[in-house]
Design a protein around this ligand. Structure first.
Ligand code: 5GP
Length: 190
């Protein structure tokens, strides 16, 4: 789809694995990377801002984007829709920026299908129990949502078999370092 030289990195991981924190710290240290802003139909969490964390769309608006082929990929996750706009990604790549997508595993595999040079990185928890504790501990979801997300976590782990790299987020600093190593390796190989 785009002329690219390993500039697109896709990061997935189970809900509650801490991938947001790993990424935030990675981006603070490596400001030359752009983080893609996705569209979603889920409600904003307290503190989330439209156009910063996500573009929050109604289901109707999201459906229009699907029908008009605006998405590079989209997926339904735990009852809501999430998608990456083609235009947003091509703009970043045109500016010569390395771009990171933080999306679910279904979306990641769709991106790899369209853009085989994309590098897929999966962030895993040290164990399922640790994941459950983290997800409950953040108090941002109700019980039903937590259960849905734990169920998705098992499916995501299964799909991660087709990823290029796996990073275990046991220790935050070590996980950030591993991510930097993976990306440096890919940049040097390019
Ligand atoms: P959350 O609701 O916790 O922000 O995100 C739920 C899941 O949706 C996470 O696994 C996140 O990576 C994924 N996600 C966020 N944006 C996108 C997107 O544009 N496409 C896809 N396929 N998944 C996304």
């Amino acid at each position: 789809m785009f002329l690219m030289n390993k500039k697109l990195y896709v990061i997935s991981g189970s809900s509650g694995v801490g991938k947001g924190t790993v990424l935030k710290r990675f981006l603070e240290r490596n400001p030359e990377f752009m983080l893609s802003i996705s569209c979603t139909t889920r409600e904003p969490r307290p503190g989330e801002i439209d156009g910063v964390n996500y573009f929050f769309l109604s289901r109707g608006e999201f459906k229009d984007c699907i029908e008009n082929d605006k998405f590079l990929e989209w997926a339904e996750f735990a009852g809501n829709f999430y998608g990456t706009k083609k235009k947003y990604i091509s703009k970043c790549l045109e500016q010569g920026k390395d771009i990171i997508l933080e999306i679910d595993t279904q979306g990641a595999l769709k991106v790899k299908n369209k853009m085989p040079e994309a590098v897929l990185i999966f962030i895993c928890p040290p164990s399922y129990e640790v994941l459950e504790n983290r997800l409950r501990g953040r108090h941002t979801e109700d019980e039903q949502t937590i259960k849905k997300r734990l169920c998705e976590a098992k499916i995501e782990l299964e799909r991660s078999k087709d990823f290029d790299y796996k990073i275990i987020n046991d220790d935050l600093e070590a996980a950030i370092k591993s991510l930097e190593n993976v990306i440096n390796k890919e940049r040097n190989d390019a």
